[in-house]
Design a protein. Structure first.
Length: 142
């Protein structure tokens, strides 16, 4: 039996995942994190991106999208408190593509008065959603 840790992923709206896992990958603010059981305690911000949870079966990987939040690591447990989170299969691809195009158009418009930080954040979120959808498609296509 593989060594496991308990993982909880929650957002303001709902609990997205709760259960044992052998590995977790998350988009940390300073770079991607790979977390295994008995990891050193850590608390960090996470940026928009995908969270991958490898369950104890090993062949099952759960792909989630998070828009940011906090990650707490304890030796036997990992908690992600996400601003918003959803399973990759639940992401509206058309809305993500539309948001990406809208943000790119705003960033390309050098004349208008725009909030570059907000447009960049919207673009980052849309790209992260599309990346999660792409990874899910590759996994299903195996």
């Amino acid at each position: 039996m593989a060594m496991t840790m308990h993982v909880d992923v929650v957002s303001a709206e709902e609990e997205i995942f709760s259960g044992p896992a052998t590995m977790l990958f998350a988009p940390g603010a300073m770079g991607d994190l790979g977390i295994m059981p008995r990891h050193a305690p850590l608390m960090t911000r996470i940026k928009p991106g995908e969270v991958r949870i490898v369950t104890e079966q090993g062949d099952d990987e759960i792909v989630l999208y998070v828009s940011g939040g906090m990650l707490e690591i304890q030796p036997e447990a990992v908690t992600i408190l996400a601003d918003t989170a959803q399973r990759a299969g639940d992401i509206d691809e058309a809305a993500a593509l539309e948001a990406k195009e809208r943000a790119e158009k705003l960033l390309a418009d050098q004349k208008g008065e725009i909030d570059y930080a907000a447009a960049s954040a919207e673009l980052a979120e849309a790209m992260a959603q599309l990346q999660a959808i792409s990874r899910l498609r590759k996994k299903v296509g195996r």
